[in-house]
Design a protein around this ligand. Sequence first.
Ligand code: ADP
Ligand code: MG
Length: 253
Amino acid sequence: MIEVENLVKTFGNKSVIKGISFTVKDGEIYGLLGPNGSGKSTTMKILAGITPPSGGKVLVDGINVEENPLEVKRIVGYVPETPVLYESLTPVEFFSFVGSIRGISRGGLEERVERLVRAFGIENYMNELIGNLSFGTKQKVSIIAGLLHHPRVLILDEAINGLDPRSARIMKELLKGFKEEGKSIVFSTHILAVAEAVCDRVGIIYNGELIAEGTPEQLKSFAHEESLEDVFLRLTESQEEVSSIVKALREAF
Ligand SMILES: Nc1ncnc2c1ncn2[C@@H]1O[C@H](COP(=O)(O)OP(=O)(O)O)[C@@H](O)[C@H]1O
Ligand SMILES: [Mg+2]
């Protein structure tokens, strides 16, 4: 379970997260949606124990991220927006490195790596240098690395971006399995159809504030809109702006 209470984050005198609160239950997939720069990644780094909050309280399975970030890192599987990998290692070497810092037994590690590598279809890249891999393959390596230690909580920042349709589908199925195991999952995406298909609840974050929250169904009926995309555009007031930009473009060309 994740409990976020009045979370604030400032960088210098810039206020980036302005007092947001939400909870994610065990066995729940919570989608964080919002335009670029709204504060999704910053929030997720705080949940993962990577960046300290400037104010408010964040508990991950009861552990306070500010007081005990190391313990939080131990129970969280975090997949960052941009893969952080060692370009001069091969995936095999990288997974064994992650396994050793995570204290995973060799046998357990090999079995888990093999299953995930097969699921994502990257068997043929296991001995290539990570630096030479395509963006999508790097993304898969990053996802697998985040899952190796059987985390109880998953923080997935745009983790489906850059995946081919087959792997995106596998990722969605994996998420459903993790949900059934009772894990708490937070994931951000720009692909609203994905959020709509996968998330139990969604929070829309805009300019550092949580401006709406609910099941995809609730948000749609609340805003009298057909899809989460329409809700999103309506709530972030960009629908008219988008129409006027499109109109101006049409006139210009
Ligand atoms: N380390 C940092 N220092 C200063 N500003 C930052 C830093 N990290 C993020 N920001 C700012 O915080 C805001 C939210 O960024 P981010 O959380 O990455 O948004 P999102 O993931 O929703 O696109 C942006 O204005 C960004 O420039
Ligand atoms: Mg981001």
